[in-house]
Ligand binder design. Structure first.
Ligand code: CTP
Length: 426
């Protein structure tokens, strides 16, 4: 999806050195931009003046005043699926702007103010099927005020926060918010980091079931409808469309450059390339590499339904096998029987890790995330408190598929410990 996010305050100048603004730090909007980027979305971040570093992998549009922000939002809206207005737009501006610095007089100058444009109101007629999310920073009557803004600004959701509390709202790293989607439809979130709030917002958008790029458009008919004269081809084409969803399943592994999370389709492609390139290091000479390539390409398809479970997440792994079996039945059942059977057999072979092909495929599946974690300074290991012993235990079976790769994995883990990427003790 394409996210357009605004952040920070605006400044409304009265002369070349003085302005009206507010306490917004931009942290919430920047966290949303980063969370959306890490989920693989395209992000444009329109930011008022803040002292935060520009996030990598995000298109930055710096602005100063409410007028500038309105122009920037208007200019990027058509190319966006989601607008998140996290900016604290100044509501008033001096009615007259002096182009010379105002001089101190014996009497104070009279400051006449006028309203700035309301950006959400201005772009409301262009909403169509885009998702619009606003913020309501209130000091009293939180939910009533937020609901009023949700309705008047034509939003899909408003994130309400009580800025009178010291641990929420302006310039702190935490927030306590309520998601409001309609009268009587609200979800109160506990105190959490702005990054976690940001992830919940991005998840909320994803959970609405909007497919990337289809927002604002009527979903196209199934390919199978166009090939109805050939039932077999119709099933194959519909399956091909279904597995596009693997590109939406995000793993807990960052890309090697650390810019965002990797998706499952990218992971499978990487393993297929590794199988082709590293075949000489398989324990069994003459291992059937074509079968290994097929196996790694299908090994995660079930996650379209079952989702990705973090390997060190003990509770998340409970019931995983059942969820995946159900997913396999639905997904592979979409194909003509012979092909569905072949793919299911490859998936089961991979899971059982008995054949030499499956052992080599599983070794690659373990080594690749190690390479990602190492390349990103172990940030995901550290985030989840994963220890060296867990990494060694989980990856030990690399040896069954490739003694050479297991030696490499051990060297990598050892070096990660020495560099402080991975902790040894709890
Ligand atoms: N907003 C906007 N344009 C403005 C002011 C606010 O688009 N000129 C957006 C904000 O980015 C936010 C939402 O409207 O997503 C609500 O902002 P808020 O300041 O809480 O509400 P206001 O409409 O300005 O009303 P008030 O200040 O009276 O509470």
């Amino acid at each position: 999806m394409r996210f357009l996010v605004t952040a920070g305050p605006t400044r409304e100048f009265m002369d070349p050195v003085r302005f009206i603004s507010n306490r917004s730090s931009g942290k919430m909007g920047y966290a949303i931009a980063e969370a959306a980027r890490d989920r693989g979305h395209d992000v444009v971040l329109i930011s008022g003046p803040v002292s935060l570093a520009a996030p990598t992998g995000v298109a930055m549009v710096p602005v100063v005043s409410a007028d500038d922000m309105l122009k920037a939002v208007g200019g990027h809206l058509d190319a966006s699926d989601v607008l998140v207005m996290a900016a604290a737009v100044a509501d008033w501006r001096p009615a007259r702007v002096s182009d010379q610095k105002l001089k101190k007089l014996h009497t104070s100058p009279e400051l006449r103010l006028e309203a700035t444009p309301d950006i959400l109101q201005a772009v409301k007629p262009r909403k169509g099927k885009k998702v619009f999310i606003g913020f309501a920073a209130e000091t009293s009557g939180l939910e009533e005020e937020a609901l009023r803004k949700l309705v008047s600004k034509g939003l899909d959701m408003i994130v309400a926060n009580d800025v009178s509390q010291s641990d929420a709202g302006f310039d702190v790293d935490t927030n306590r918010v309520v998601f409001i989607t309609g009268a009587g439809a609200s979800e109160t979130l506990p105190l959490m980091s702005k990054r976690d709030v940001a992830e919940r917002i991005v998840d909320w958008v994803a959970a609405r079931g909007l497919a990337p790029g289809t927002c604002g458009r009527t979903p196209a008919p199934r390919f199978g409808n166009l090939a109805g004269w050939n039932e077999r081809l119709a099933k194959q084409l519909d399956f091909i469309r279904e597995i596009d969803k693997l590109k939406l399943v995000f793993r807990r592994t960052l890309l090697m450059d650390g810019t965002r999370f990797e998706n499952d389709a990218e992971h499978s492609w990487h393993l297929a390339m590794m199988a082709i390139l590293l075949k000489e290091h398989a324990n069994v000479p003459g291992v059937d590499i074509a079968r290994v390539v097929k196996m790694v390409l299908v090994h995660d398809l079930v996650e379209i339904d079952a989702g990705d479970t973090y390997c060190y997440d003990v509770s998340g792994n409970v019931g995983k096998a059942d969820r995946e079996r159900e997913a396999a039945t639905r997904l592979f059942g979409l194909l003509p029987e012979d092909e569905g059977g072949e793919i299911r057999a490859l998936w089961e072979e991979f899971e059982a890790r008995m054949s030499s092909e499956a052992k080599f495929a599983a070794a690659l599946d373990r080594v690749q995330p190690l390479m990602h974690n190492y390349s990103t300074g172990g940030s995901i290991w550290r985030k989840h408190g994963v220890r060296c012993r867990q990494v060694l235990d989980r990856n030990r079976h690399v040896e069954e598929g490739s003694v050479v790769l297991w030696r490499f994995a051990q060297a990598l883990i050892q070096d990660a410990v020495e560099r402080g990427y991975l902790e040894t003790e709890g």
